[in-house]
Design a protein. Structure first.
Length: 280
C-alpha cells in the first residue's frame, strides 16, 4: 500500500491543465460494472436540505453524469451550510461548488479528481480553491482492492476489512440484510472502537443505482481519507456507487415516498429531507 501513498495528491491550487486530456469515458475499460439499469433505476440528481435548531437552512445538491456504459463519470455538487469559526466561535455560511470526476485507467485502475471553490461570504479570509486527487485499483470482480491510503479484503464481494497506512484497521458491521449498521476500528494496537447499530434502515429495498447508505456517509472507511473526513463535504463517493463491494440492500431509515417502486423523496430519521430525480 505504501506505493499508493506517493500517488495521493492533495493540492490547494487548481491544476493548470485539464486532467481528462485524451481520456474517453465511453470507451475506457474496467472490471468495475454498474448495476443493471433493468433492475436499478439511474439517479439523475439528489437534493437534500436540513434546518438546524437555530433555523438556518443547510442545502446540498448533487447532479450525476454517466458514460455510455452507465458508469458514474462525474458528480457536480452545490452545498450551502453553516460552520463554526474556531478562532472567534462565530457561525459563518459556507458555499461549495464542486466537480468530482472518475477516470477508469489502464491496469484496472481508478483515478478521481475533485475540484471545488469554497467561499465564506462573511469571512473571506477562508475562501479557497481546492483539488484532491486519488488513485486505486479494482480487483477482477470490480471492487476496489486498494484506494489512496488503504487496502481492502473481501469475502466474495463482501468487504470484510480495510487496512490503512496509518495503522487503522476497520471492519464494517452489518445486519442480516447486509445493511451497514456500524463499524469496529483497531488503531495500531493502542485503541479499539466499536460503534454498533448506529445506522438503521427501512423495509424498502433500494432499487436505485445509488447506495444511499454510502451517500449519507455510513461507510466510515471513506471518512478516514484526507479531505473526506465529513460526509457533509464529501470529496469522494465510493460506496455510493458500489466500488467497495456489495451494498446495503435497504434504504436508510426514514419516511420514504415511492412512485412506481422508486424513492422520490424522504425525511430521514435525523431530519434531512431528500428529493430524488431520475434519468429518463
Amino acid at each position: 500500500m505504501k506505493n499508493y501513498v506517493s500517488l495521493m495528491l492533495m493540492l490547494l491550487i487548481a491544476t493548470a491543465c485539464s486532467s481528462d486530456d485524451g481520456y474517453n469515458a465511453d470507451t475506457a475499460k474496467t472490471p468495475y460494472k454498474p448495476l443493471p439499469v433493468e433492475d436499478y433505476r439511474m439517479v439523475k440528481s439528489v437534493k437534500m436540505d436540513y434546518t438546524d435548531d437555530k433555523g438556518r437552512e443547510h442545502t446540498w445538491e448533487y447532479v450525476f453524469g454517466y458514460d455510455v456504459q452507465n458508469r458514474i463519470k462525474s458528480i457536480d455538487g452545490k452545498i450551502t451550510r453553516y460552520v463554526v469559526n474556531p478562532n472567534n466561535k462565530k457561525i459563518y455560511r459556507k458555499n461549495i461548488n464542486s466537480t468530482l470526476k472518475y477516470y477508469f485507467t489502464a491496469d484496472d485502475g481508478l483515478r478521481t479528481v475533485y475540484s471545488a471553490s469554497v467561499v465564506y461570504p462573511q469571512y473571506t479570509d477562508w475562501n479557497s480553491t481546492v483539488t484532491y486527487k486519488y488513485t486505486g485499483t479494482f480487483n477482477s470482480k470490480g471492487a476496489l482492492d486498494s484506494f489512496g491510503p488503504f487496502d481492502c479484503v473481501y469475502s466474495g464481494n463482501r468487504l470484510t476489512g480495510a487496512y490503512f497506512d496509518n495503522g487503522r484497521e476497520y471492519t464494517l458491521l452489518r445486519d442480516r440484510d447486509e445493511n451497514v449498521t456500524g463499524y469496529r476500528c483497531n488503531m495500531s494496537d493502542t485503541a479499539y472502537v466499536e460503534k454498533s447499530n448506529i445506522y438503521t434502515y427501512s423495509r424498502e429495498k433500494n432499487k436505485t443505482n445509488i447506495d444511499f447508505s454510502g451517500l449519507l456517509g455510513y461507510w466510515v472507511i471513506e471518512r478516514d481519507i484526507a479531505g473526506n473526513e465529513t460526509w457533509l463535504d464529501p470529496v469522494l463517493q465510493l460506496a455510493a456507487f458500489d466500488m467497495l463491494g456489495s451494498r446495503s440492500r435497504m434504504l436508510p431509515a426514514g419516511e420514504w415516498r415511492l412512485e412506481k417502486g422508486s424513492p422520490v423523496a424522504c425525511r430521514t430519521a435525523d431530519g434531512y429531507n431528500l428529493v430524488i430525480e431520475y434519468v429518463e
